[in-house]
Design a protein around this ligand. Structure first.
Ligand SMILES: [Zn+2]
Length: 198
C-alpha cells in the first residue's frame, strides 16, 4: 500500500492496476462485473490524475478529483489551497461543490468520487454529507487521511450514511506526482538557504 508520510515514500509497496483503458467508458453499467469495475476505476482515476497535474502546474500540492454520476463525469476539481489562501480548497470539495451546483441538489446519491489521495477528515465528512455512494483513491495519507489512516469517517458504523471505498488505484502515479512536487520544494528551500548564507 502506498502511503504519504513524513519520510515520504520510503520503502513502500503497492499494487499496480492492470492497464485497462476502455474504448468507451459509457459502456460501463451501473452494476459492472469486477473486471469492468477495475477498468472503470482505472479510467476515471486517469482523469483525477490529470486534475492533479493541473494543480502541480499551478504550484499546488498535486491532488485531483473527479465526480462521476450515472456514468458521466459531472465535475472535476484540483487542489487550490495555496493561491486561494483557503485551507478548504481541496480537490474533493471543489468537485462536490461543482457537482451540486450542476445538479441543484444538496445530495449526490449514486455518485462515485475518484481522488488521487485518501480524503482528509474534512473532505470525507463532506462526502458523507453529500451521500456519495463510493470513493476511490490512489495513495493513503498517513498525516491527514480521514478514511483509513487516522479515522473512519466514510464508513463509521454509527453514522447515518456509509460510503463504500476502494483504494490503491493507480497509486504509483499519484505517489510519483507528490514525490516530485515535494522533492522540488525541498531543493528550492535548500537553494534558498545556500543563497542566504552566501
Ligand atoms: Zn480534503
Amino acid at each position: 500500500m502506498v502511503v504519504i508520510g513524513p519520510e515520504t515514500f520510503a520503502g513502500f509497496s503497492f499494487r499496480i492496476a492492470a492497464m485497462m483503458i476502455p474504448d468507451n467508458p459509457d459502456r460501463f453499467l451501473s452494476t459492472p462485473s469486477p473486471e469492468d469495475l477495475e477498468a472503470q476505476d482505472h479510467y476515471y482515476m486517469g482523469l483525477a490524475l490529470e486534475e492533479a497535474g493541473r494543480a502541480e502546474r499551478l504550484d499546488e500540492v498535486p491532488i485531483g478529483a473527479v465526480l462521476v454520476l450515472g456514468g458521466k463525469v459531472l465535475a472535476r476539481g484540483h487542489n487550490q489551497t495555496r493561491w486561494r489562501r483557503d485551507p478548504c480548497a481541496h480537490a474533493e470539495l471543489r468537485a462536490i461543490q461543482r457537482a451540486t451546483q450542476a445538479t441543484g441538489d444538496l445530495r449526490l446519491p449514486g455518485a462515485v468520487v475518484y481522488t488521487t489521495v485518501e480524503p482528509c477528515f474534512m473532505c470525507a465528512g463532506a462526502l458523507v454529507h453529500a451521500r456519495v455512494e463510493r470513493v476511490v483513491w490512489g495513495v493513503r495519507d498517513e498525516k491527514f487521511g480521514g478514511c483509513v489512516s487516522l479515522g473512519q469517517v466514510l464508513d463509521h458504523p454509527d453514522a447515518n450514511h456509509q460510503v463504500k471505498y476502494t483504494e490503491g488505484i493507480r497509486a504509483t502515479e499519484a505517489a510519483d506526482l507528490l514525490r516530485s512536487f515535494f522533492k522540488s520544494k525541498r531543493e528550492a528551500a535548500r537553494l534558498k538557504r545556500s543563497q542566504d548564507r552566501s
